[in-house]
Write a protein that binds this ligand. Structure first.
Ligand code: SIN
Ligand code: CO
Length: 391
């Protein structure tokens, strides 16, 4: 008899997910929650609460403070960036500072992503980091994407409702999305290094036991609506005004005001054929689409010439090449080769060069020395576009 997968596992050095990545994907990914004790054993904090507060004061950083006023049963949200002195007079309890996209700003936080290399990189949206005072929480809510909640420092109490059909109605009276009704089916206190995986739509409520830092590795799932709008816009631009509704089979009518079923059927078929794409067209669209996602810098970049000799020299000095924090890179295979996308543009290069630019580890001198001259040319083109920068 098949047994239901467990909801709590203990990680080991060989299996940080408490099981193989294949078993995790088969049994849990997008299906059911999993608490992994000791997923990051002897976890080294990549940043402190003070670092996070500093980041929350910088321009262009997405930061929020969420506070709960127990006496008045009221939630408050304040959006950053914050003035430097904002954190001097914080209350002792019941507030959380949350900063999104921290992997873009902090290379040590970005290194955490290496542990999630069993997932396609484009499926990972960002690492959000929260610092909470004791009692701090963003309330009971659901997210529309998968998330790995890694406890970094201190303890957090997590309650979740893993039952199918859990109520998802939201409260109207709060400035953040909160569930009207939440009752827990499971709850745990997480210690540093413990990690809770939640698929989309699982109600959860985290409350800081003591001052704590939580790293949320959030997934990206484009909504069908946004995909459709982007695809239709691209197709519409390509088609222009040339292709038109046509009806050589139209008969004489007795009710000129009526749009009849035959007319609707013709519209359906025109739209369906306009939106259909072959694999190559769709891959080109999707790669570009992914590379311009939220906050990624889509302003046309100046191409700045650089020689391969100068790249090699800097790598020799120990400076690695990493993707620019404001660009999202991904690549596709097409019949003629490999195409890298960044900031909405495409670059044809070798598979090895594309892989090196997106593998999550810096390109270093030893990679460069072992690479072919075609690989060098590909990396140089990515540097010239500003997609890859020296760390
Ligand atoms: C938090 O870090 O406080 C909230 C994370 C979440 O619930 O998604
Ligand atoms: Co959440």
């Amino acid at each position: 008899m098949a047994t239901e997968p467990v909801i709590e596992v203990k990680a080991s050095a060989k299996q940080p997910l408490g099981m193989s990545a294949a078993a995790f994907m088969r049994d849990y990914w997008q299906k059911r929650p999993l608490l992994i004790r000791g997923a990051f054993p002897s976890f080294q904090l990549p940043m402190s609460g003070n670092d996070l507060a500093g980041l929350a004061c910088e321009d262009g950083v997405l930061a929020r403070i969420v506070a709960f006023d127990r006496k008045r049963d009221r939630w408050h949200v304040e959006n950053g960036p914050f003035p430097e002195d904002r954190f001097l007079h914080m209350g002792k309890r019941d507030w959380t500072l949350l900063v999104q996209d921290v992997d873009r700003w902090d290379a040590d936080v970005a290194k955490l992503l290496a542990s999630f290399a069993f997932l396609p990189r484009w499926r990972i949206d960002d690492i959000m980091v929260s610092f909470a005072a004791p009692g701090g929480s963003v309330g009971a809510h659901v997210d529309h994407y998968d998330v790995f909640l890694l406890q970094g420092q201190g303890q957090r109490h997590w309650a979740i409702d893993a039952r199918p059909g859990a109520p998802l109605g939201t409260r109207e009276d709060a400035p953040i999305k909160l569930l009207e009704i939440f009752s827990a089916s499971h709850d745990w206190v997480l210690d540093p290094g413990d990690m809770l995986y939640l698929p989309p739509g699982v109600p959860h409520h985290g409350v800081a036991v003591d001052a704590c830092l939580t790293f949320s590795i959030g997934m990206r799932a484009p909504s069908v609506g946004e995909l459709l709008v982007a695809w239709a816009e691209e197709r519409g631009r390509e088609l222009g005004d040339t292709r038109r509704y046509s009806d050589p089979d139209q008969r004489a009518v007795s009710e000129p005001g009526l749009v009849d079923g035959a007319g609707i059927a013709r519209v359906r078929s025109v739209l369906a054929s306009a939106l259909t794409a072959d694999d190559a067209e769709l891959a080109n669209f999707f790669g570009r689409f992914l590379s311009t996602y939220r906050l990624a810098d889509t302003a046309p970049r100046k191409v700045r010439a650089i020689t391969e000799g100068s790249i090699a020299a800097r790598l020799k000095k120990g400076r690695g090449l990493v993707p620019s924090p404001s660009v999202r890179l991904n690549f596709i295979e097409h019949p003629e080769g490999t195409r890298l996308f960044g900031a909405g543009e495409a670059l044809d290069l070798t598979r090895a060069a594309a892989s090196a630019c997106t593998r999550g580890a810096p390109i270093d001198a030893s990679w460069w020395d072992a690479a072919s001259s075609a690989d060098h040319a590909g990396v140089r083109a990515a540097v010239e576009r500003g997609w890859m920068v020296f760390a």
